[in-house]
Design a protein around this ligand. Structure first.
Ligand code: NAP
Length: 400
């Protein structure tokens, strides 16, 4: 197989670091071309030096200086590109074959779209891009012949359980014979916490996921089940599946990563350790299987697998997500933007945990007044996203 030249956007994050771990196991087939980071310049310098990146991308001149300060004396510097536009240029680099899209939040959207338009193999971890711009992104994938491989563990599991003809590219209808997609959810750290205690949840408690080690934003999203809501939207676009044929199932052990139910009654599941290196290795090696560094799973020690329906009183954000998906793209953009604002406030200690759902709900009501806003281009989407963020900020009262 020809050498893949990989551009990792968001290399200092949880997914970015796991990607570098897998890459380092396969020097004969995978090489780092480009790395990007937003705030952790020392970590970026260390990664770029260790993996001999040709290009790094930093957000501004101050970050560039911090990168230079952290660079080992005497070592050959990579090219340093500055600014958000450089992310879009990096994915269009003719040398790059594969883009790992691992920036968190809607900030990742322009570069994912640019990678789709450039016809690259995209390993999609950033779910917010599909949530905000599913139609535009899937159209770009179809037109350019880009290859979109899901890295989110649930979607990667579904991808693995689908018939081959339903897997690759950007399908315009569900794979034949598939009745439903079953998305599993661990239920996060508060699955059994008395509802009365949720008001006092701290950011560190919300980020202490029982099974997965992830970045702080997605950890909070997992606790509220916003993450599962975003994943329902992601599955809708990735697999051309109507929302009433996507079901969420609580599975606290996080061993079954998701399932596909077929017309004949068969259910195919993908299982494995809760370690993102498995779906990352699947995407990097596809269609071959390559070593990921993930240990074996001992089924006999696991004992049991539990499944239950989600309690929507405990997880109101999940109900809001289905509501948004039924309402259409304006509402999905509002759901995501409101959540990003509310979670950032919560992580900064300026919003109560239980207010996150309230902020999202207020923005879903508000977006009804914006439905004449056209959504034909990336600029249209970013303008609505920005308007909702401003409205959400006005709803984030610290004492509410
Ligand atoms: N972690 C998981 O297990 C997991 C699983 C499935 C899907 N995902 C999805 O994968 C994406 C990344 O998640 P993560 O957990 O790896 O997040 P993370 O640990 O917070 O890392 C985010 C990365 O994005 C960079 N970044 C942050 N804000 C940015 C901005 N405005 N512009 C450009 N870059 C920015 C960060 O740079 P600095 O670190 O330098 O600030 C970091 O490299 C998310 O969309 C998440 O939903 C994650």
């Amino acid at each position: 197989m020809a050498m893949q030249q990989v551009c990792i956007l968001g290399s200092t994050g949880s997914i970015g670091r796991s990607t570098l771990d897998v890459l380092a196991r396969h020097p004969g087939r995978l090489r780092v071309r480009t790395l990007s980071a937003h705030s952790r310049m020392e970590a970026l310098a260390q990664q770029a030096h260790q993996h001999q990146a040709a290009i790094v991308i930093v957000p501004d001149d101050a970050a560039r200086q911090r990168f230079l300060d952290a660079w080992p004396a005497g070592a050959t510097l990579p090219r340093i590109h500055v600014g958000a536009q450089a992310l879009c240029e990096a994915v269009s680099d003719p040398v790059v074959t594969t883009v790992m899209a691992a920036i968190v939040g809607a900030a990742g959207l322009p570069s994912v779209l640019a990678a789709a338009r450039a016809g690259k193999r995209i390993l999609l971890a950033n779910k917010e891009a599909l949530v905000a711009a599913g139609s535009l992104l899937m159209q770009a994938v179809r037109e350019s012949g880009a290859e979109l491989l899901p890295i989110d563990s649930e979607h990667n599991a579904i991808f693995q359980c689908l018939p081959p003809a339903g897997q690759v590219g950007a399908p315009s209808r569900p794979a034949r014979g598939v009745r439903r997609l079953l998305l599993t959810a661990s239920g996060g750290p508060f699955l059994k916490t008395p509802l009365a205690q949720l008001d006092d949840i701290t950011p560190d408690q919300a980020c202490a996921h029982p099974n997965w080690r992830m970045g702080r934003k997605i950890s909070v999203d997992s606790a509220t089940m916003v993450n599962k809501g975003l994943e329902v939207m992601e599955a809708h676009w990735l697999f051309a599946m109507p929302q009433d044929r996507i079901q969420v199932v609580i599975h606290p052990q996080s061993v079954v990563h998701s399932m596909v139910e077929y017309e004949d009654g068969s259910i195919l599941a993908q299982m494995g350790q809760p370690d993102m290196r498995t779906p990352i290795a699947h995407g990097l090696g596809f269609p071959e299987r390559i070593e990921s560094g993930v240990g074996l799973m001992t089924l006999t020690q696991m004992g049991r697998l539990d499944f239950e329906a989600p309690d929507l009183d405990r997880f109101p954000c999940l109900a809001l997500a289905f509501c948004a998906l039924r309402s259409g793209q304006h509402a999905c953009i509002a759901f995501n933007a409101a959540n990003e604002v509310a979670v950032a406030r919560f992580l900064a200690g300026r919003l109560r945990y239980t207010r996150i759902a309230g902020v999202i709900s207020a923005c879903l009501d508000h977006v009804q007044t914006c439905t004449t806003h056209a959504l034909h281009t990336l600029e249209d989407i970013l303008a609505l996203d920005d308007a909702i963020r401003r409205f959400a900020a006005s709803r984030c009262h610290p004492d509410a």
